[in-house]
Design a binder for this molecule. Structure first.
Ligand code: SOE
Length: 374
């Protein structure tokens, strides 16, 4: 049975996921058969061009007609478009995959997670935290679950980009609180919070995040609107930093910035435990630096080898993979969950859990004191 997929959104994430779906028949032949059946957007001309390029059978300008007509719905639109179509799809019993962050607000994320609960566990609702599907992160997860780092003392997560350091870089929806919810915090920090939860959130590791202390900063408070003499206010953070206190006593330090000159897409995670440590950088995503008990220093492990759960689908060990492959991995896992009617993680519950931490970081910044995630 071929799964008909409807996708809302055809720019950056639309391309990343359409490419991922297109790779499946060749590299993941055990993935369910899918058809990229309808691409949803507002601008018919741009939509039609994108549908041709991204391999969709048809286009639609009204998501309402699509969400109960397809077998799977992908919501890849801007953050303010995540809730309503996703909730409608889940109410129609359509498995739904939504880009991160789940919603601009905690309230929206709560409504989406509730819709997923109502739809039932045989209707997968996934949140596209693609960095969980980096082989090196999966390797790190196995090390941690095997107790190889011992008691966790430190967790550090950083997501540094530089695309807004130029004050003349144009305004976009990512700069607007109504449309995005927050800036670097939700766009980048959501990924880091999810990875931290995925890697050390279990009770026998660092446990849950008990309280946070947050600091947000907007460096440039208005930007030019492309193609006009107008400027628009920036109503979200350009950068954030936060301290986390974990239930089991570990300390966390997170930050993200869109002003970090010298860093293009540098997502790093470091974890130090009583028996060892690990370091990951997205800019070297085939490697994981590991220090085990007794080592004199970090060893660099090239992970795309027999430990890599996806290596047999791609190339021989050591023939490295890239950013786009993480989308292929998450699409493979999500579409298999749809086809088999099983659960998928990261789910909308994971999206909501991340949103709770983001909201606490913002509230802490507002109040100037430590706050516990709701
Ligand atoms: C921001 O520029 C961005 O595109 C994020 O929105 C993505 O989630 C991240 O993977 C890459 O950077």
């Amino acid at each position: 049975m071929t799964l008909e997929v409807g996708v809302l959104g055809y720019r950056f994430m639309g391309k990343a996921h359409a490419n991922a779906m297109a790779r499946l028949p060749m590299f993941f032949p055990d993935a369910p058969d899918i058809e990229r059946s309808v691409l949803v957007g507002r601008d018919e001309e741009a939509l039609s061009d994108a549908a041709d390029r991204l391999g969709f059978e048809s286009i639609a300008t009204d998501w309402e007609s699509v969400v109960d007509d397809v077998d799977v719905f992908y919501n890849l639109g801007p953050n303010h478009v995540h809730a309503e179509p996703s909730i409608a799809a889940l109410e129609a019993g359509t498995p739904t995959f939504c880009e991160k962050p789940l919603a601009p607000t905690l309230e929206g994320a709560e409504k989406m997670a509730e819709a997923a609960r109502e739809a039932g566990s045989d209707v997968p609702a996934g949140c596209a935290f693609n960095y969980r599907f980096v082989p090196a992160i999966q390797y790190a997860k196995n090390l941690l679950e095997g107790g190889e780092l011992g008691e966790i003392h430190h967790v550090r997560g950083r997501y540094l980009q530089d695309w807004l350091v130029d004050p003349d870089a144009p305004w976009s929806w990512r700069n607007d609180e109504e449309l995005a919810g927050s800036g670097a915090l939700g766009d980048l920090g959501a990924h880091t919070v999810d990875l931290v939860r995925f890697l050390v959130g279990d009770d026998d590791l660092a446990g849950g995040i008990e309280e946070v202390s947050g600091h947000l900063r907007t460096f440039v408070d208005k930007r030019p609107v492309e193609g006009s003499d107008e400027t628009r206010p920036v109503t979200v953070d350009d950068a954030y930093s936060a301290q986390l206190a974990f239930e089991n006593g570990a300390m966390g330090t997170l930050e993200a910035s869109r002003f970090a000159t010298g860093h293009k897409n540098d997502h790093t995670i470091e974890i130090q435990g009583s028996k060892g440590s690990l370091r990951f950088s997205l800019e070297r995503l085939n490697e994981l630096e590991v220090l085990r008990e007794g080592d004199r220093g970090y060893q660099t492990v090239l992970v795309t080898d027999e430990d890599d759960p996806y290596v047999d689908h791609w190339w021989p060990p050591g023939h490295v993979v890239g950013w786009e492959h993480t989308f292929v991995h998450e699409n493979y896992e999500f579409l298999r969950a749809v086809s088999e009617g099983t659960g998928f993680e990261p789910s909308f519950e994971d999206g909501l859990a991340a949103q709770r931490v983001l909201a606490a970081i913002e509230e802490s910044d507002d109040r100037g004191e430590w706050v516990s995630p709701p």
